[in-house]
Design a protein around this ligand. Structure first.
Ligand code: IYR
Length: 227
């Protein structure tokens, strides 16, 4: 049981974690790495349904991420409605078509060739859920005045990382989709002006036949410097 007390008149609870043996710690670090290393972004989804309670728990997990001054400056919009999914697909494809046909540089298009992406986004209608992550730039205080949130980009990035890990841990797959620009999503979902779309994440199962690029990940020496 945790002990509670006031410090500077604010409530605290005592907190500690049991110290693991060296072997158990290494074993856990390796097995978590192995599990996360098996996560892949997927573009071929099945339409198999998922219980809403699963999605709710995944989002609860995302919302355990640390955030600037613990403001939790995020909103997760979950779309299961086929009519809204269709609107999102149509609007996303319109933007993506313009991007692929004229807005993206040839260098960018070359970099994307191994991923096989194009402007068509059928997964936006096929995946059972679309989770749209919004950054809450500010809140409305009691007096109606705007109160800025802190480190919103960092906080929402962390929450999205937790979200992707929770989706993977539940045996589901996802894609971090970035239609650009994304303002059409705010309009379709009628979101308030303090929220800005951050990422669109289809969630579901893989299609019966699903292919992902045969990627290599960088070695530890190439991503990490010990001092
Ligand atoms: N937003 C486009 C293009 C795209 C850009 C990057 I960088 C990717 O890693 C993948 C796709 C799209 O979603 O197709």
């Amino acid at each position: 049981m945790s002990v509670k007390k006031l410090i500077d008149n604010h409530p605290y609870i005592s907190y500690s974690k049991p110290i693991l043996s060296d072997e158990e710690m290494l074993q856990r670090a390796q097995s978590f790495y192995k599990n996360m290393d098996s996560r892949r972004s997927v573009r071929e989804f099945s339409d198999r349904a998922i219980e809403r309670a699963v999605i709710e728990n995944i989002i609860r997990t995302a919302s355990t991420a640390p955030s600037g001054a613990h403001k939790q400056p995020w909103t997760f919009c979950v779309i299961a409605n086929p009519e809204i999914k269709k609107q999102i697909r149509n609007a996303a494809e319109e933007e993506e078509r313009a991007s692929y046909e004229s807005r993206m540089s040839s260098e960018w298009l070359d970099d994307l060739k191994p991923l096989g992406t194009d402007w068509q986004k059928p997964f936006l209608e096929i995946a059972p859920y679309l989770i749209i992550v919004f950054r809450r730039i500010y809140e409305f205080g009691e007096d109606g005045k705007k109160k800025n949130n802190y480190y919103v980009q960092e906080s929402v990035g962390l929450a999205t990382g937790f979200l992707l890990a929770a989706i993977h841990d539940a045996g589901l797959v996802s894609l971090t989709h970035t239609p650009s620009p994304m303002n059409f999503i705010s309009k379709i979902l009628n979101r308030p002006e303090n929220e800005k779309p951050f990422l669109l994440i289809p969630v579901g199962y893989t299609a019966e036949e699903c292919w992902v690029p045969d990627l290599e990940r960088k070695d530890i020496e190439d991503i990490c410097v010990f001092y």
